[in-house]
Ligand binder design. Structure first.
Ligand SMILES: [Zn+2]
Length: 458
């Protein structure tokens, strides 16, 4: 297939590439064979039969990468005004508990992945529930969706759904069951179709014993798979972790000593870190997932991305649904920009001794958040060989955007608008929504088309 139309992508350098009249040539296997301006395409390949060239129908951008979301929590979006721990107890644990043997899990999971695609997301790192069977059904739907998915069964051997936050001493059998079931799912799903990958998913330090976390570190390394967890999201959580796991210099040091940091580890939130913790993340090449929309919703805080970037910690973006109310990463990009503006006003970058010295830093730019949501996210997830940008040799994971829903002026007046790549991107981020997504391709296959009527099943 030859797709002709404007396209916008970021490059390894972080800079944008934009062609107002571009071409993306896609092989039968769904890989990008050639990409560039139409004039160069004509010079190289000559005139093509008209039937082979398809109008893209809008601006083409790479599929987005959501590096942190919770499948079962989609039903609880926009609920509650509490902070993290009471919110988990009141809304999330009862909901996740209900996935144990629910007949609707497969249907629900199918809807969840369809909604991700409808938002222009083509790769995601996902938490399921602690239940093995329902996680297995979620994997089945991830496979059917066509997406690239890193997922895992949530691991909790203390403070689990039944006991919430009552003090419970870790039980050996609970730990063994959690490890065995996770390992079973990992062997079954990791590497399936080259698109499905396993992440051992200890929820956070409060719901995991040290013994469980140590075993996770060893097993994940021996299988060569991912680890995803939460780090320093909320102050009350950090205080509780200090009480539950005394004797460690910090939350991050606890993870490090349990062996769960490393290049395949994704750490959600990572807000309240001191400079030593940030150094430790850089040294271990662990990556953090910035979830600004969720951080605003639960009033958790603002992540110090500058200090993390200064230590070369890879950064990606996450919707963190259900604390984040929307799977739409365009909205998450906007919240990342607003969070940075607030941080500059209130001096958030001076938290915990991790201040940036010298003159006030430049504001976070739309190009940077777009990089986190595309190529940077793919890199953090180890998927950048296949995904994250419009480049020869990569999979054609593409989103087509209807710019008429984003531009304030009608087409005949568009000359009055700045149509540079930076202006286009800023409009997408500040004015965009899931309704601007016209079509989504994954590996060259059309996975979503707006206005396409799906037949009702009776
Ligand atoms: Zn989360």
């Amino acid at each position: 297939m030859i797709l002709r139309g404007p396209y916008l992508t970021c490059q390894k350098t972080g800079l944008l590439r934009y062609w107002a009249d571009g071409v993306i040539k896609i092989s039968g296997q769904g890989m990008i064979e050639w990409a560039g301006p139409w004039s160069d395409f004509l010079k190289k390949f000559g005139a093509q039969r008209q039937s082979k060239v398809h109008d893209s129908g809008g601006l083409v951008v790479p599929g987005l990468v959501d590096a942190h979301c919770h499948l079962p929590q989609y039903a609880a979006v926009a609920m509650g005004g509490e902070e993290l721990l009471p919110w988990l107890k009141r809304y999330i644990f009862p909901l996740e508990k209900s996935f144990e043997e629910a007949p609707w899990v497969a249907h629900y999971a199918r809807h969840f992945f369809q909604e991700l695609i409808r938002s222009g997301t083509t790769a995601a790192a996902v938490y399921a529930t602690i239940w093995k069977d329902s996680t297995d059904l979620c994997f089945e739907q991830a496979l059917q969706s066509g997406m690239r998915v890193i997922m895992g069964k949530v691991m909790m051997d203390r403070y689990s759904y039944n006991d919430h936050f009552r003090r419970l001493y870790p039980s050996k059998s609970r730990k063994e069951i959690s490890l065995r079931e996770s390992a079973d799912l990992c062997r079954k799903w990791h590497g399936r179709d080259g698109r499905i990958f396993y992440a051992f998913s200890p929820r956070f330090a409060l719901s995991c014993s040290k013994e469980l976390m140590r075993d996770v570190g060893q097993i994940a390394q021996s299988y060569g798979v991912y680890i995803q967890t939460h780090l320093s999201e909320n102050k009350e959580e950090i205080n509780a972790v200090t009480l539950e796991h005394p004797g460690y210099p910090s939350y991050t040091a606890l993870y490090e000593r349990c062996g769960i940091l490393g290049p395949k580890t994704l750490l959600g939130h990572s807000i309240w870190l001191n400079s030593r913790e940030i150094e430790l993340l850089g040294k271990t090449n662990s990556s953090v997932v910035h979830c600004p929309e969720s951080n605003f919703f639960l009033g958790s805080g603002i992540m110090n991305w500058r200090a993390l970037a200064a230590h070369r910690v890879p950064i990606s973006l996450g919707s963190d649904v259900g604390a984040g109310p929307d799977l739409n990463l365009w909205s998450v990009m906007k919240q990342a920009l607003y969070a940075d503006k607030m941080a500059r006003v209130y001096g958030v970058h001076g938290f915990n001794g991790a201040a940036v010295k010298g003159s006030p830093p430049m504001p976070l730019r739309p190009e940077q958040v777009f990089y986190w949501a595309t190529l940077g996210g793919a890199k953090a997830l180890g998927l950048d060989r296949f995904a994250g940008s419009i480049e020869v040799g990569k999979s054609a994971d593409l989103t087509v955007i209807d710019m008429s829903t984003v531009n304030p002026l009608p087409p005949e007046m568009e000359d009055l608008m700045d149509s540079s790549s930076g202006a286009l991107l800023a409009r997408l981020i500040y004015r965009g929504s899931a309704s601007m997504i016209k079509a989504v391709y994954i590996q060259g296959r059309l996975q979503y088309q707006r206005n396409k009527v799906t037949p009702r099943v009776f």
